[in-house]
Design a binder for this molecule. Structure first.
Ligand code: NAD
Ligand code: ZN
Length: 347
């Protein structure tokens, strides 16, 4: 069992475990007993993942179950309202605890609901996708979308615990695996050159579905995320994890989410490296190509429209567009991107 702890110096009350284990689900009942004054558990799950939700429900007596339709479009105000109504029908109170079971969609949506329901209740994340396990479920940033505009409505609201059960990934489709691995590459490029090297050596095994290598990858990446979140809630290391995301989010919106998040981020990383002429960009690009991820802007991309979306990105200050980019493999910086530079490079 690997147990990491998120603790944020500036926020002494935020302290929670991230438990990474092939059988982390077995730990759920004993963890739940450590929570005090709970009147009800709610399992909020991705409707496409009933089998996993059943496994969680088996371990909790009398939990309320609420399903959310699969897909990014469920990260919506409409779903928040619907879920809140279901919570009220089920007599969920301020003493209740929501257990999110799903990928990044559910952990974002469920975390957001937990942050606003009755001014905030407790929640636990059980991520089911690789993306959820190494990124979305850890760190307390919870978002929904405003129509096509990605992650425009959000909050910072930390879970009580994150249980990462690597065995859950067994039935995960390939596309999802590659999406999650794209975020892992992002973390390695920005934070950890040694891990980047290790990852490169093991990528073939990973793609063949080697369980041990996958487990090690999840352990290490989840630890990196925990460290970054713990070192600074805002700014600092955490901003670096936006590598590929300024352009990636704009692409997701522009293609109306036809590109998956991982695909958009892959293209985003390559474009952002091009914008700064990053010396080592070929190594990163090659790795993404080995993974089978797209690395070029779609031919018909309207770059002016893309810029307009980027300008509205919440990371921007006073109309500036900010990008997080590597300075070398394992380290990075956040810098300003001007319209001229962007349009010159891509139109
Ligand atoms: N809050 C954060 O810090 C943060 C960080 C990274 C990503 N995110 C968000 O996470 C989302 C992307 O995460 P995602 O890729 O997990 O998306 P997702 O939750 O939409 O899952 C993608 C698909 O995989 C399916 N799925 C999930 N687990 C599965 C499993 N074990 N077996 C089979 N199918 C499974 C889902 O049903 C869905 O169809 C985006 O909305 C992104 O913005 C948030
Ligand atoms: Zn991401």
């Amino acid at each position: 069992v690997h147990r990491y702890h998120v603790s944020i110096p500036a926020r002494p009350r935020v302290k929670y475990p991230v438990i990474v284990d092939p059988q982390a689900l077995e730990e759920l009942p004993s963890f739940l007993e450590t929570l005090h004054d709970v009147d009800r558990f709610v399992i909020l799950y991705d409707a496409g993942l009933t089998e996993i939700a059943d496994k969680v429900a088996e371990r909790i007596d009398g939990a309320v179950r609420i399903a959310v339709p699969s897909g990014e479009s469920s990260k919506s105000v409409a779903q928040v309202e619907r879920i809140v109504q279901d919570l009220l029908l089920a007599h969920v109170s301020r003493k209740s605890v929501i257990i999110n079971v799903g990928g990044g969609m559910v952990t974002d949506l469920g975390g957001f609901v937990a942050s606003v329901f009755m001014r905030g209740i407790r929640y636990i994340n059980i991520p089911t996708s690789l993306m959820g396990m190494v990124d979305a479920a850890i760190g307390g940033k919870v978002y929904i979308n405003a129509g096509p505009v990605k992650n425009m409505i959000g909050n910072v609201w930390h879970p009580q615990a994150v249980l990462v059960d690597v065995d859950i990934l067994a039935g995960m489709p390939d596309r999802l695996l590659r999406d999650g691995l794209t975020e892992v590459i992002k973390m390695a490029v920005m934070l950890d050159s040694e891990f980047f090297g290790w990852f490169k050596e093991h990528i073939d095994l990973l793609l063949e579905g080697d369980r041990d290598v996958l487990t090690k990858t999840v352990e290490h990446a989840a630890r990196l995320k925990v460290e970054v979140v713990s070192s600074s809630e805002e700014g600092g290391g955490r901003m670096l994890l936006n590598f590929g995301h300024t352009i990636g989010h704009a692409l997701e919106a522009l293609t109306n989410f036809k590109l998956s998040h991982g695909e958009a981020v892959s293209i985003g990383m390559v474009c952002e490296m091009q914008l700064i002429d990053f010396a080592d960009q070929k190594r990163v690009r090659d790795m993404l190509e080995t993974l089978g991820m797209p690395v070029d802007l779609p031919m018909d991309t309207d770059v002016r429209a893309m810029w307009d979306i980027m300008k509205n990105d919440k990371k921007g200050v006073a109309g500036d567009v900010r990008i997080a980019v590597p300075t070398k493999i394992g380290d990075g910086v956040v810098q300003t991107l001007t319209r001229d530079v962007f349009l010159k490079r891509f139109s």
